[in-house]
Design a protein around this ligand. Structure first.
Ligand code: PLI
Length: 460
């Protein structure tokens, strides 16, 4: 009999953290107190925490050993030089400015490169990235392919840039008004969807023609590389490390939230091949983050990160990482639950417009569903829909994204396949009672990144 070969994680468990089970009554009380926002729940009240894959990863014994090698000198820590050489070796960039996390790098790069009135095209927005572009006086323009906004499309590279949309924008506003094109690998808001190498090469050609640099949001670059390996014929015999390196060589600058791909709990950096940008960024980092050889990280954090970068580009690691997400996604598909297809890299995204078709976007269906999933079995997920999309900075109206999603995000090396079974059953139980679910309304709406701190009440 022919059967697919199973994958297994390339590690075994040395230490465990106990989980706490709660009752349904406890959870109803907890979510009410949290204003129906899963970001405002206390971690002690959560059973399986799939809020995010950001900073929630399990480090290896080698990374923990690295923590003991922290050189906590204010200036010139040896761990910084180790980090710098890991970035040069695996990601190709010449110059490195460490930051406390990804948004620290986004802030510095946006302030360095964007002028009031500029336009920044990107393959879909990310919350913090777009906010920093706007705070610097820029306007984000979505140039991702249409398939990315279509939950039914099985297109394998939904992270691709639509060159016509980009070239139309360049012709409309002029290349001088575009300081850079911002490209995320493994596009978070599209459902963890990859950009192809062919598309990146085309983008490089087009941007070269107009003299526009490319900024690479490389937060999940290794996960993107895995999809290139398995979906782009030309790359099937390349290693993930080789593909990651090649992706980076096609871009000019990068921002990294090290809390994702490189398997650490805190950290980030800005990297560039441009000496002038490097110097300006180095000068800014001392104002907002810390000296240019630590940028908000402890020496020990930089050591764990240097080791994590190397571990994160190993084929066996990424295969198991994406394999676990696929496992959960396929289980949900078997239950008939609507999810974004193809299944992404870092999480499974519920298609809430199909899950709760009776709720209009005005009553925040994805926010509501995330709260209901928590009530069901203590599984914490996150809204990625109209609440995350915020308001239009000109009109003040809600931005209304086509994608109204709940993200079930999987931390790296933390949960087992049995946890994934429990999660799938939990979602299925909510699906069974979906018709009885009602929406929410705001009781408090913060000005920036409202999804983090907004509060809601139920609509009776
Ligand atoms: O959370 P930071 O500041 O380390 O990184 C910001 C950030 C930038 N780009 C991308 C693609 C992200 O996914 C990202 C952070 N993501 C979070 C927190 C998440 O839960 O997905």
């Amino acid at each position: 009999m022919h059967r697919e070969k199973s994958w297994a994680e390339p590690w075994k468990i040395k230490m465990v953290e106990h989980l706490r089970m709660t009752t349904k009554e406890d959870r109803i009380e907890a979510i009410k107190e949290a204003g129906y926002n899963t970001f405002l729940l206390k971690s002690k009240d959560v059973y399986i925490d799939l809020l995010t894959d950001s900073g929630t990863n399990a480090m290896s014994d080698v990374q923990w050993a690295g923590m003991m090698l922290g050189d906590e000198a204010y200036a010139g820590s040896r761990n910084f030089y180790h980090l710098e050489s890991a970035i040069q070796k695996y990601y190709s960039y010449k110059y490195v400015v460490p930051t406390h996390q990804g948004r620290g790098a986004e802030h510095i790069l946006s302030q360095t490169l964007i002028q009031e009135g500029d336009f920044i095209p990107g393959n879909m927005y990310f919350t913090t990235t777009r906010l920093h572009q706007e705070l610097a006086g820029g306007t984000f323009v979505d140039v991702i392919v249409d398939e990315a906004h279509d939950t039914e499309s099985e297109f394998p590279f939904k992270g691709n840039v639509d060159m016509n949309k980009l070239e139309d924008l360049i012709k409309r506003v002029g290349p001088d008004k575009i300081p850079y094109v911002c490209i995320a690998t493994s596009v978070n808001m599209a459902g963890g969807q990859p950009i192809s190498m062919a598309n990146l090469k085309e983008l490089r050609e087009l941007t070269n023609k107009y003299g526009i640099p490319i900024v690479h949001d490389m937060t999940r670059v290794a996960e993107n590389a895995w999809f290139i390996k398995v979906r782009e014929k030309e790359y099937e015999n390349h290693t993930v490390a080789q593909i990651v390196y090649e992706i980076c060589t096609l871009t000019d600058h990068a921002t990294m939230s090290a809390k994702k791909d490189p398997i650490v709990n805190i950290g980030g950096f800005l990297a560039t091949n441009d000496e002038e940008v490097y110097k300006k960024s180095q000068n800014m980092v001392v104002i907002y983050e810390g000296l240019h050889t630590y940028g908000g990280m402890a020496g020990r954090d930089m050591e764990a990160l240097s080791i994590g970068i190397e571990e994160s580009v190993q084929d066996a690691h990424i295969r198991a990482r994406v394999g676990q997400t696929t496992y959960l996604g396929e289980k949900l598909i078997d239950y008939g639950i609507p999810i974004i297809r193809p299944i992404g890299s870092h999480g499974v995204f519920l298609d809430v417009k199909k899950f709760l078709p009776h709720l209009s976007q005005d009553v925040f269906p994805a926010q509501t569903l995330a709260a209901e999933i928590y009530i069901q079995n203590g599984v914490r997920t996150m809204e990625r829909g109209i609440v995350s999309a915020g308001r239009n900075k000109e009109t003040g109206d809600h931005n209304r994204p086509n994608l109204e999603l709940v993200r079930i995000t999987i931390p790296r090396r933390v949960y087992t396949q049995a946890h994934m079974d429990v999660v799938a059953e939990c979602i299925d139980d909510v699906f069974e009672r979906r018709e009885k679910i009602k929406g929410l309304k705001f009781t408090y709406e913060p000005e920036h990144l409202r999804f983090f701190q907004a509060r809601f009440k139920t609509i009776d």
